[in-house]
Design a protein around this ligand. Structure first.
Ligand code: SF4
Length: 74
């Protein structure tokens, strides 16, 4: 399962990512991105998700494989 990871410290809140991936990334009252709980990047979203990671000016976004993240910890 692919997910978006957000580094809230690095993020500057301009919201480019939320415009590209509104199904996953919302915005709070100050314009900062908020990830939907339990979100998953579907095949149809993958191109836009990669684009969001690429255009993020603060390198605050990444795509992670959740199954790998869990197996690394166990
Ligand atoms: S594009 Fe990057 S810096 Fe801009 S709001 Fe999204 S995560 Fe934050």
């Amino acid at each position: 399962m692919l997910r978006v990871r957000l580094d809230p410290i690095a993020c500057d809140g301009y919201g480019y990512c939320a415009e590209l991936l509104p199904e996953i990334i919302g915005r709070d009252d100050w314009g900062y991105p908020v990830l939907e709980v339990g979100h998953e990047i579907t095949a149809e979203m993958l191109f836009r998700a990669r684009r969001a990671v690429k255009i993020c000016p603060r390198v605050a976004l990444s795509i992670i494989e959740l199954d790998q993240a869990v197996s690394v910890r166990s």
